[in-house]
Design a protein around this ligand. Structure first.
Ligand code: F6P
Length: 342
């Protein structure tokens, strides 16, 4: 078979390991020809690709980013986008496409599958918010990076008697914040799923500091929201899609804590550091597993399906079901996190 591979959306540690897994089993076991499309769906529409081989992928397992490049461009953004995808597939005799991506890329893949295209999905995002898979690769790496940063912030917070606000990624969900908050021993964690009251945050910090301990870490997911009517967010803190800008909420929480409590407060915005660099061992293994499972799915003609981790096994689920709703923080784990607030 001739199988196309693309990586779409934000990059993520482990993408190259997925590609390597697909190519290894595809070439070695099935005798496939593998085409790596550049910059996600853009490369498919433009017929822009390179041939991939086991030999060529040597050394990519520990490498962050994606050797294929990525973009958020999708065929449905253009009147002739889907026709261009079909034309490329026909011209280069592509039998199937493996789309590695997050919610946007996978939703687009589901639509293309509905139009009859042979597509298999692989869930990717550091946010860990794709439905029907217990894990997405990249998440473990992001949690490690955030935890290490929190560990470092503890010592400087203690030295200076400060409150440290740490903003982590997670626009719609607080998986990274919750895990890194628990792992790093945060004083409080604010996530999109649980709107916060800044007055309560400040009271908690004040109570803690009365006990004579004056160093606190507040972990804030970038999508954390104040409870309605408790704190105003300025219009210029939203981007053109209505999302709070990266750094918007962290800065706001920092200044409100300092203003309301008088405690010296600093903010650290981890941003894209969480997405860069080498994947952890766990993410390398999960990515490799997903890659091998994806090429198996192609040979079973499991079109419109996505590989997923469930109960320690890699299974297949319908793309349509996987993208129906985001996976939010497990309430049981959130309860654990809350036990340690203050
Ligand atoms: O979806 C992954 C993610 O890293 C989110 O956590 C974050 O909100 C977003 O991508 C940032 O996107 P960009 O790289 O376009 O700034």
């Amino acid at each position: 078979m001739r199988v196309g591979i693309l990586t779409g959306g934000g990059d993520c540690p482990g993408l190259n390991a997925v590609i390597r897994g697909i190519v290894r089993k595809g070439e070695q076991t099935f005798g496939d020809e593998l085409l790596g499309f550049h910059d996600g769906w853009r490369g498919v529409m433009d017929g822009d690709f390179e041939l991939l081989s086991v030999e060529q992928l040597r050394g990519t397992l520990p490498r962050g980013g994606t050797i294929l490049g990525t973009s958020r461009i999708q065929p449905f953004m253009y009147d002739d986008g889907v026709d261009r995808v079909r034309a490329t597939m026909a011209e280069h005799e592509v039998d199937a496409i493996i789309a590695i991506g997050g919610e946007g890329t996978l939703s687009c893949s589901r639509e293309l599958f509905r139009l009859g295209l042979p597509i298999v999905g692989v869930p990717k995002t550091i946010d860990n918010d794709i439905g029907l898979t217990e894990r997405t690769f990249g998440f473990d790496t992001a949690v490690h990076i955030a935890t290490e940063a929190i560990d470092r912030l503890h010592t400087t917070a203690e030295s200076h008697n400060r409150v440290m606000v740490v903003e982590v990624m997670g626009r719609h969900v607080g998986h990274i914040a919750t895990w890194a908050g628990i792992a790093g021993g945060a004083t409080m964690t604010l996530i999109p799923e649980e709107p916060f009251d800044i007055a309560e945050v400040c009271e908690t910090l004040a109570r803690r500091h009365q006990k004579g301990r004056y160093a606190s870490i507040v972990v804030v997911a970038e999508g954390a929201k104040p409870k309605e009517g408790t704190l105003e967010i300025r219009p210029d803190e939203f981007d053109e899609y209505g999302h709070i800008r990266l750094g918007g909420i962290g800065n706001l929480v920092r200044s409100e804590i300092e203003r309301r409590t008088g405690f010296e407060t600093r903010v650290t915005i981890l941003g894209h550091v969480q997405r860069g660099g080498s994947p952890t061992a766990y993410d390398r293994v999960l990515s490799t597993w997903f890659g091998v499972a994806a090429i198996d799915a192609v040979h079973d003609e499991a079109w419109g399906q996505m590989v997923a981790l469930q109960a320690n096994r890699v299974v297949r689920v319908d793309l349509a079901d996987a993208v129906k709703e985001l996976k939010y923080v497990n309430p049981q784990l959130w309860d654990v996190a809350q036990q340690f607030f203050a």
